[in-house]
Design a protein around this ligand. Structure first.
Ligand code: 5GP
Ligand code: ZN
Length: 112
């Protein structure tokens, strides 16, 4: 738990969220400003600010963000039609919350 991190507060239950998936390593909850009919953020339980802050010890954890995305997409019925994942890194990459997260969006057809 890192103070002043919104997603750590969500993890702690101090800020409400609509959780769709949870395991020992990651949780996923609905994005408050969805950019697709289905839009969730998958985050590690461990506070890591950005992808730049991951080390070799975090390789499995970052992989778990993707395995959770795959599981959620299947569970929600989007596996066959397809879905989009996105990760922003740093201010220039459009990151506004500095707790590592993978966006999972589905429910529409995305253009290239
Ligand atoms: P970023 O731009 O950092 O990759 O994405 C941060 C995402 O967090 C944005 O899509 C934004 O809509 C979402 N977000 C910001 N504040 C909250 C919040 O309080 N609750 C939830 N569930 N999502 C939030
Ligand atoms: Zn955090």
């Amino acid at each position: 738990m890192t103070e002043d991190c919104l997603f750590c507060k969500i993890l702690a239950g101090d800020v409400p969220s609509d959780v769709v998936y949870s395991d020992e390593f990651v949780i996923a909850f609905k994005d408050i400003y969805p950019k697709a009919p289905f839009h969730v953020l998958i985050i590690p339980r461990k506070h890591i600010a950005t992808l730049n802050d991951t080390g070799d010890d975090d390789i499995e954890l970052t992989g778990r963000l993707f395995s959770a995305a795959k599981a959620i997409a299947a569970e929600q019925g989007f596996a066959e039609d397809g879905y989009r994942m996105m990760m922003n890194c740093g201010e220039g990459g459009g990151q506004i919350i500095f707790h590592l997260h993978l966006h999972l969006m589905a429910g529409k057809t995305f253009n290239a």
